[in-house]
Write a protein that binds this ligand. Sequence first.
Ligand SMILES: *[C@@H]1O[C@H](CO)[C@@H](O)[C@H](O)[C@H]1NC(C)=O
Ligand SMILES: *[C@@H]1O[C@H](CO)[C@@H](O)[C@H](O)[C@H]1NC(C)=O
Length: 452
Amino acid sequence: MQTYDSLCSLMRSYTRYIRKMMTGNGLFYPIVGIVSCVAFIYMSFGDLRVTYHREPELTFVTRNGTQFMVDGRPFYINGWNSFWLMDHSAEEDRRPRVRAMLEAGAKMGLTVCRAWAFNDGGYNALQVSPGQFDERVFKALDHVIAEARQHGVRLLLSIVNNLKAYGGKTQYVKWAWEEGIGLSSSNDSFFFDPTIRRYFKNYVKTLLTRKNTITGIEYRNDPSIFGWELMNEPRCVSDPSGDTLQEWIEEMSAFVKSIDKNHLLTVGLEGFYGPTNPKRSTMNPENWASILGTDFIRNSKVQHIDFASVHIYPDHWFQHQTFEEKVTFVSKWMLSHIEDGQHELSKPVFFTEYGFSNLNKDFQPSQRDRFYKSILDIIYKSAKRKRAGAGALVWQFFVEEMEEFNDDFGIVPWERPSTYRYFTDQSCRLARLRGIHRQNQILRELCLQTEN
Ligand SMILES: *[C@@H]1O[C@H](CO)[C@@H](O)[C@H](O)[C@H]1NC(C)=O
Ligand SMILES: *[C@@H]1O[C@H](CO)[C@@H](O)[C@H](O)[C@H]1NC(C)=O
């Protein structure tokens, strides 16, 4: 289908040209273009291939100082979390939700989706036991990546969980313990036990060198992967000095880069300040956040770490704050980290999870809208000034009838038009900073519509 591809793209350029000549025309000429293109294929072969559609061309996301770059221009991100993609992809009756979600996200102009690339032990495990993989589940991950590619969405993939969901570090520790070679049953031995480090490295290597059975592309060579995250929300409370986690990050980031130099890498931190920055620690929600063994600036400075990650959960972090106080905190929290990205790290700062809980006393959906809006506004302002705030991913999106996978943060974005609109507006104003004509077709159409 390559030839038709170029032919059709030629015709599309032609219709773009016509449209330029005749300003004010939204959809008519592109439709003429597509119809004549399809008609051409039909006439040549008499065989209308309904499955035909063009995959958007993707290139690797790179970094220049504090900015993500795509095709030589800064790239600011409006995106979302759907941790469940691989899990759903592994079951035939649930698999359609993967496409539905990625298609819907793309339609909203969202460009990056964060998801789990792990499931250790347990139900639908990808890694059944150390070094043992379930090919059925690996194929499910292949499918997720292939679908993302089809929809022009890039994936930020997390490699292991600090928490117990889908196995996590606790499962690794249990494996080592069961084999009688683990040094300690503390779940923080994940970070320092040599056997467990070996397990983890083996997992990393298998994942990065996996050849996708659908696209034929090794994961490490696939630009539809935005980047890798070492761990979801690492904490190492057994060593509040931060040294243990720091050494782990240094070793594992170098290991990832020894296999894959194409992709960006982050730690997966929540963003709490640690002992090396007593002044910054006053920015932490409360004192407990300074003694979790994590250290935002020190950890993010590691040479092989390309960008910093930060989460935003005032509902979890405070017991007795009003809505207004939380919004004020979020603003300070974000600006403080963006400033660190700018001056301390010279790296992009990516807010990879933000969420507003519906368990709050007197919860109203309009508060959630305002909460989202305040975050999206800060990203936009940073982007407009070419600062280090590189984007944000909402926690979390579902499609309908997935309540059992939800927590108190998830939404089906099209169920509330005002919320939906905040996201599409953000997609378009960020897209305008790059130039609408440089965007993929979905974004061009979305943003031309919202202009009218
Ligand atoms: C990288 O950023 C610097 C400083 O902002 C800028 O001068 C330079 O042109 C950028 N390089 C590219 C390739 O965009
Ligand atoms: C880790 O171990 C501690 C102490 O045994 C326990 O309180 C905590 O829940 C465990 N955390 C995880 C994520 O397993």
